[in-house]
Design a protein around this ligand. Structure first.
Ligand SMILES: [Fe+2]
Length: 182
């Protein structure tokens, strides 16, 4: 089974579920994040990362009612592990860091917090709130932190109800080209 076939199988059955607290499905949200990456002419591995950044949500069952969450499900770790088995760190690392990137942006960009959706503000609390100055410095030592920050902004943008984007099928060749030979 190619990586593209695996992705189709994963996003088929559960991808139509609502994206927690937002007005788009997980699949629409993922396609929008990838689309914004393409609009900014991001390199292919980062477009793949944007497309698959929430795959961790689909790999393990999480409560559909976001407000019921009492702990963070760490979907970024689950997703990054799956991706690291199939792609290089240019794909898996921005995904692993996209939740800390939100905490980083909240600490370093005054305008950023204002434009978060209410669901995103809720999860920020579960994720530990804005980074401290020490955490910010440590984050900037991560080799892929800039890519993670870019991915984070596309993640936040990708919540537009009714925005038409290319379908998942438009990315299948890119997925297989970016994957390790297996
Ligand atoms: Fe997301």
């Amino acid at each position: 089974m190619s990586v593209a076939d695996e992705v189709l199988a994963i996003y088929g059955p559960r991808g139509e579920a609502a994206y927690f607290g937002e007005r788009v499905t997980i699949k629409e949200h993922s396609l929008q994040a990838a689309w914004f990456a393409r609009v900014e002419s991001a390199p292919a591995p980062l477009i793949v990362a944007a497309l698959l950044h929430d795959i961790g949500h689909l790999l393990e069952a999480v409560p559909d009612d976001l407000a019921g969450w009492t702990t963070d499900a760490h979907h970024e770790e689950v997703g990054a592990r799956w991706l690291a088995a199939r792609f290089g760190p240019e794909v898996s690392e921005p995904v692993r860091l996209h939740v800390p990137a939100k905490r980083y942006l909240c600490a370093t960009d005054a305008d950023y917090f204002r434009q978060l959706s209410s669901a995103s503000v809720h999860t920020l609390r579960l994720q530990g709130g804005p980074m401290s100055a020490e955490e910010t410095r440590a984050f900037e030592l991560e080799p892929h932190y800039r890519a993670a920050v870019r991915l984070r902004r596309w993640d936040d943008q990708g919540k537009v109800a009714g925005l038409a984007t290319p379908p998942l099928e438009a990315y299948l060749e890119m997925l297989n080209a970016a994957a390790h030979a297996r």
